[in-house]
Ligand binder design. Structure first.
Ligand SMILES: *Cc1c(COP(=O)(O)O)cnc(C)c1O
Length: 395
């Protein structure tokens, strides 16, 4: 018999979804305050501090626009400002999220060519250089890519994508989604030559869902200013005209209260230390998964390119015939552990362990041990893995 809905197990929920992520108590407390007039000097000071802080995290000195929207809104803002129906772009295939961004671009009337890649091995930048070299007329306006493919747990080397564009001597803009890597893994917008970076609030920035942003290069902003395609809410021109807040409509003041605190937390720890912590937790997770599959019968890492495995999320492939969602349901219903599901064609075959944001060693070990418990409870074959995670953390 199913337990009544209000009978959630006692204790904290272990939240290991790769987005949204745990919201630290400090951020929750910072948001627990009365509203401010969004035109007041008091709010403007917070707004300015947040703009400067997000630019430091993006590692850009160029432009930044923020939206009252989840990451999809920032995706749409990037497309709506830069392109008109009939324009052509290339997207580097990585997985479910590159597909979703493609679907959005197609629905906006943009012609999208996919640089196909195997999801488990990842795209080859050299193939992009070859393709762009053939576009002598420079029909292709931009290359779109996802830095951290949250569905596969694999990174795309975006700096190599920029090198491929330059090697082909092609003027295409480079647009990169860093929603699930920002503030978890190294990301250098300006040094890597990225024209538009798409970011969101509810992953490495440890905030509620509902705010997203784009870092925009000077070159991209000029192109946007010349673009006659219709747009309003997400228009960078509209937003610039509404300085200093730059929001079309009401600025989300409570999101800014939270963002100011999360930026403080990131900078107190230090971004390099934040990345190192994510690397430790990522290594430990991978050690556990490799041990689970060591006997040949258990789950395995989904990503096969060992130099591209993500430090913010690990995708785990279940053995043939085992439904990942049955195990996930046991994890959440019986043990209060939330894991991510497989997306698109990976549904039921893959589950995902989020290890980004406000997380430490005991939280990760708890999640890994509880995943073993849930696997045991529903009869998934595996070899023990928690000790391998402990060894990795102790090393
Ligand atoms: C979560 C995510 C998105 C979507 O963001 P929403 O805030 O859910 O709209 C896009 N891209 C990547 C890589 C993501 O991880």
């Amino acid at each position: 018999m199913n337990a009544p809905l209000n009978a959630r197990p006692r204790g904290r929920q272990f939240f290991n979804n790769p987005g949204p992520t745990n919201i630290p108590d400090r951020v929750l407390r910072a948001m627990d305050r009365p509203v401010l007039d969004f035109m007041s000097d008091e709010f403007l000071a917070i707004h300015h501090a947040c703009h400067a802080g997000v630019k430091r995290v993006l590692k850009t000195d160029q432009h930044l626009f923020m939206y009252n929207a989840s990451g999809h809104g920032a995706w749409e803002a990037a497309l709506a400002n830069l392109f008109a129906p009939g324009d052509s772009v290339i997207i580097v295939e990585t997985g479910y999220f590159s597909q979703s961004w493609t679907e959005m671009a197609v629905n906006l009337g943009i012609t999208v060519e996919t640089l196909a890649a195997d999801w488990r091995h990842g795209a080859e930048p050299a193939k992009l250089a070859e393709r762009l070299a053939k576009d002598k007329a420079h029909q292709i306006k931009a290359v779109l890519c996802v830095h951290n493919e949250t569905a596969t747990g694999m990174i795309l080397p975006v700096a190599d994508i920029r090198r491929a564009i330059d090697e082909a001597k092609h003027p295409a803009l480079l647009l990169s989604d860093t929603i699930s890597s920002l503030a978890s893994m190294e990301y250098k917008m300006d040094a890597w030559g990225i024209d538009v970076t798409v970011g969101g609030s509810q992953k490495g920035l440890m905030l509620p869902t509902g705010m997203s942003f784009t870092g925009v290069s000077g070159k991209a902003l000029e192109i946007a200013n010349r673009n006659k395609a219709r747009r309003h809410y997400f228009s960078w021109q509209q937003m610039t005209g509404r300085a200093p807040q730059k929001f079309v409509g009401t600025a989300p003041v409570h999101m800014f209260f939270g963002l100011q605190e999360s930026l403080r937390m990131l900078e107190e720890e230090g971004l390099e230390a934040v990345f190192a912590r994510h690397a430790r937790l990522g290594d430990a997770t991978r050690a556990a998964v490799r041990a689970w599959g060591a006997g040949g019968k258990g789950p395995q890492l989904y990503g096969q390119s060992t130099d591209r495995l993500s430090n913010s999320v690990t995708a785990v492939m279940m053995p043939d015939g085992v439904n990942a969602d049955v195990m996930r349901k046991a994890a959440i219903d019986r043990y209060n552990l939330s894991l991510g599901g497989g997306l698109g064609p990976l549904m039921g075959k893959v589950f995902r362990i989020g290890h980004m944001g406000d997380l430490n060693e005991p939280m990760l070990l708890g999640a890994l041990a509880t995943t073993e418990l849930a696997m045991k409870a529903v009869g998934v074959p595996f070899s023990p893995g928690v000790e391998a995670a402990i060894d990795s953390l102790a090393a």
